[in-house]
Design a protein around this ligand. Structure first.
Ligand code: AMP
Ligand code: ZN
Length: 470
């Protein structure tokens, strides 16, 4: 039986979804003001592994990830760069999907965008106003937290008795300011705006997740995720909005939060120059190596990213792929009766660890032990084909959750001519003939062969046409 740590109760709880066998899962997606950074990637890969494990365990998962395509930060970025707001968001959304795919993150059931839900948002805010939870001011519509009993139940924040009278104009306010938060912001000159009963304007940040989760999942959902930075105010405010409107509690059965990723010991920031964007990372490493790196650590753990650690993990992954290769070429060995028992025992331990609040790291400790034993069994071509197949099948099942291995079959399906092209491209790159090298990459991509450049060489994989189109 799966247990999940719930941030709201601060306990590991038995996982019982609202509807038997089905899971409604909502993860706060990106604000598309730039390409994804490796902190986003940490969170999305971790939730992808959890989602895949739920599916592995037999649940049908409705996975929703919003795209925040209107936000103060996006408006600032558009003003800074002089690029039109619409153009900016389309560009970053395209890059987002490309990079999510590179990481083999399973597509969400739906990726709702804020700017395509304005009517529903207006309607939701109107209902909150009619129910007495919201009020209009000169610059917007605000949620009155003093009207909502239970404000602070997720984060532990207390409601202050006296109001300061100062209301901040952006979503980003600290606890010292008034706690009421914007549901709707009236537009200033030149800002993107939509019509509403309160004049032209745009939604506040928090309201989108209440509206889009209720539309695409329901008024109550099973799992709601994001990184710890969102517990307050974002998720606290989502609870207030959703429960105030529907009257149904709890809005979310299990609140799940991933740990933050820092770089070389400090929080990522553009000004410190330690801000790593995914497109830059993927120019240097195999996306699977990064997935592997993330998968080794508990989803809750804070990560201190260093290139050295990533390279270390990348080597470990290579060792796994070598084992897979050896298993793929096993021939003529004697059948070993112990293999089935070993596979069965490992699967049981793997599930036990993952059922314990998705303990990724403990699950890999189990797998790592298995690897040592499998390597011994496979050494010197001692395994029979049947044995090898059984182990490979097991590894494929594990990989349906973690998505990190490269199975030999994928490589073998590439023709000799294509293999030569990959090699040629490597040489061209060494000679810094980027344009010619890129032309080969494109030609191969058209045949469904996707290349990954890593410090130790280029890996390739075959994708089917359907997989290639988002
Ligand atoms: P944002 O684009 O900042 O709104 O964040 C989108 C998602 O990524 C949210 O679920 C955040 O909690 C998560 N996130 C942002 N920065 C990091 C980070 N450095 N480490 C882990 N998760 C992050
Ligand atoms: Zn959200």
């Amino acid at each position: 039986m799966l247990k999940v740590y719930n941030t709201r109760t601060r306990k590991k709880e038995a996982f019982k979804p609202l509807k038997k066998g089905e899971v409604g899962m909502y993860v706060c997606g990106p604000t598309v003001q730039g390409p994804m950074h490796i902190g986003h990637a940490r969170t999305y890969i971790a939730f992808d592994i959890m989602r895949r494990y739920l599916e592995f365990s037999g649940f049908k998962v409705n996975y929703v990830m919003n795209i925040t395509d209107i936000h103060d930060d996006i408006i600032s970025k558009a003003n800074e760069t002089g690029v039109a707001f619409e153009e900016l968001i389309e560009r970053f959304i395209e890059i987002f999907f490309r990079d999510m795919k590179a990481f083999e993150i399973k597509p969400a059931t739906v990726y709702p965008r804020v700017t395509r839900h304005i009517e529903e948002i207006v309607h939701f805010v109107k209902e909150l106003q009619e129910k007495g939870f919201a009020y209009e001011t000169h610059d917007g519509v605000y949620f009155d937290v003093s009207k909502f009993r239970g404000y602070g139940k997720l984060s532990g924040v207390k409601i202050k008795k006296s109001k300061t009278g100062t209301r901040v104009e952006t979503d980003k306010y600290d606890k010292a300011s008034a706690q009421d938060f914007a549901l709707w912001k009236k537009a200033k000159q030149g800002e993107p705006a939509w019509p509403s009963p309160w004049g032209n304007g745009r939604p506040g940040w928090h309201i989108e997740c209440s509206v889009m989760s209720s539309k695409h999942i329901g008024e109550q959902i099973d799992i709601h995720g994001g990184a710890v930075d969102l517990i307050f105010p974002h998720h606290e405010n989502e609870i207030a909005q959703s429960e105030a409107r529907s009257g149904k509690r709890p809005f979310v059965k299990y609140w799940v939060h991933t740990g933050f990723l820092n770089v070389e010991g400090t929080k990522m920031s553009k000004s410190l120059g330690n801000f790593i964007e995914v497109p830059d990372l993927l120019r240097e490493i195999n996306p699977k190596a990064f997935r592997f790196f993330i998968g080794q650590l508990h989803y809750k753990s804070r990560i201190n990213y260093t290139k050295k650690d990533l390279e270390k993990e990348s080597k470990k992954l290579e060792a796994w792929n070598e084992l897979i290769h050896r298993l793929g070429t096993a021939k003529g060995g004697k059948e070993n009766k112990k293999v089935s028992a070993l596979v069965e025992k490992t699967m049981k331990s793997f599930r036990k660890e993952m059922d314990n609040d998705f303990a990724f790291s403990n699950a890999w400790a189990v797998l790592s032990k298995f690897k040592t034993q499998a390597n011994k069994l496979a050494a010197g071509n001692k395994l029979s084909e049947k044995n090898a197949k059984e182990i490979l099948e097991f590894l494929r099942k594990i990989d349906s959750v973690f998505g990190v291995f490269t199975f030999e079959k994928e490589k073998q399906e590439i023709g000799k001519h294509e293999l030569e092209l990959v090699k040629k491209r490597g040489e061209l790159r060494q000679q810094k003939k980027w344009a010619e090298a890129d032309a080969i990459r494109k030609a191969l991509a058209e045949k469904g062969i996707i290349l990954d450049d890593t410090p130790t060489g280029t890996n390739w994989k075959l994708v089917s046409k359907g997989q290639d189109n988002n």
